[in-house]
Design a protein around this ligand. Structure first.
Ligand SMILES: [Fe+2]
Length: 421
């Protein structure tokens, strides 16, 4: 297996792939060895039972990206993380290990912290002043004798699985979940060339959208929409006809799309970045590389920075769309002119998508569309939905809402599938 997906061999492979796709478009020839995909049932975006299944089986049982080590820099630094709907306390301990707990006093459920970020030597619940150390141990109960025979060693904060990839913090509420490394699979190799250990947190902001979270996920997994939604931005930079996909295990995937001729905003080094021209990775120079990490991350890889897009359901028909920027090097002041420009430019693109998406939700709710037919270029969306059903448990999903298994047998780790050969 290769060291990473972006080594010399993979660079050659990806360039062959995009040339193959260009040639196919030139001839208007159909993709080889690819049967049409069944429709995605529209009920998946609007059905109460399906939403309840997602709540029960996805958000509580998969690895979720909850933050970055830079957000809890010192001993006792904490983050109250609520994006997944559950209040979770993430804290750096005296041993420098980052741990996660329910933000819940084990007496009567008072919150340990109420601020998004902070630093404490000890967590004291404000309800009755039970006190917990940074590793979750209960070390003080006021008027302890009144409890008669309470065992403090059994009343520590309830832990949540917390593991790191690079300096990213992932949590999983399922104590029996597979290790994070195994879950991320080839993504750990894929991202290795982009120095995850050297990335720094810059800023996070969000948009609240009136659509199901999967409508947002779907929108960021294809480039078929570029000509129409992003004519003057993304479409001016990359050519959708070249799109090459790789489907990974665990519902994740990669997309690489060739740059149009000439230097573009996406492939060149940003003027104010500390990188020298030519220092960008060959793949980044050649086009747009983007990953989907199940269940809810999309990240387009830049020469100098990584925006991570995350889509959190706040209800069946609303989504919190979080954007987090990470940067190589120490240029991390979001108020600097560099970051103001980068973020403003990126938000123009996101605005083009975000204006469109609530309309899709309303269309689906209207009943004006009975099922969603996906093209070959849109197959990452199908792959994502197929794995979503696997995690939920296909047998528990009403038959009319299931996605028929089609693409899972086509996965390969490392190089990804190559259907068109
Ligand atoms: Fe878009």
């Amino acid at each position: 297996m290769r060291e990473s997906a972006t080594d010399a061999e993979a660079t050659v492979y990806l360039k062959e792939e995009i040339n193959h796709e260009f040639a196919r478009f030139e001839e208007r020839s159909k993709p080889e060895n690819f049967d049409p995909l069944p429709n995605i049932p529209t009920g998946r975006y609007i059905d109460d039972d399906f939403f309840a299944l997602e709540q029960e089986r996805i958000w509580s049982k998969t690895w979720l990206l909850a933050g970055h080590a830079d957000e809890v820099p010192d001993i006792g630094s904490y983050k109250l993380w609520e994006s997944s709907g559950t209040p979770i306390l993430i804290v750096r301990g005296r041993d420098n290990q980052i741990r996660a707990f329910y933000n819940t006093c084990t007496h009567r459920g008072g919150p340990l912290v109420r601020q998004a970020l902070g630093q404490e030597k000890v967590f004291v619940c404000k309800y009755h002043c039970w006190a917990f150390s940074l590793d979750g141990a209960l070390n003080h109960i006021p008027d302890e004798h009144e409890f008669i025979a309470i065992d403090k060693s059994k009343r520590g904060l309830k832990p949540i699985r917390c593991e790191m990839f690079g300096r990213w913090i992932y949590v999983n509420r399922d104590p029996n979940a597979m290790p994070l490394d195994e879950f991320l699979g080839p993504l750990t190799h894929e991202l290795a060339d982009f120095e995850p250990d050297n990335l720094h947190f810059v800023t996070r902001y969000h948009f609240d959208l009136e659509c199901n979270w999967k409508i947002t996920m779907d929108a960021f997994q294809e480039v078929y929409h570029l000509k129409h939604i992003h004519p003057n931005t993304v479409d001016a930079a990359i050519d959708h006809r070249s799109a090459s996909m790789a489907l990974f295990p665990q519902g994740s995937s990669r997309m690489f799309v060739a740059a149009k001729t000439g230097e573009t905003k996406f492939t060149s080094i940003p003027a104010q970045s500390p990188l020298e021209e030519g220092e960008q990775h060959e793949i980044v120079r050649s086009g747009s590389l983007s990953y989907n990490m199940f269940p809810n991350i999309v990240t387009p890889i830049g020469a100098y920075e990584f925006p991570y897009l995350q889509f959190w359901p706040t209800s069946k028909r609303t989504t919190r769309f979080e954007v987090t920027f990470f940067s190589r090097g120490d240029n991390v002041d979001p108020e600097s002119n560099y970051w103001k420009d980068q973020i403003a430019g990126f938000n123009v693109i996101l605005g083009e998508d975000n204006e469109n998406l609530p309309w899709i939700q309303r269309s689906i709710e209207s009943g004006g569309i009975d099922g969603i037919p996906l093209s070959y270029q849109e197959r990452r969306i199908y792959h994502f939905h197929e794995f979503l059903d696997q995690v939920i448990g296909v047998d528990d999903i009403p038959e009319n809402l299931r996605v028929e298994p089609r693409l899972s047998e086509l996965q390969e780790d490392g190089k990804g599938q190559r259907l068109a050969s």
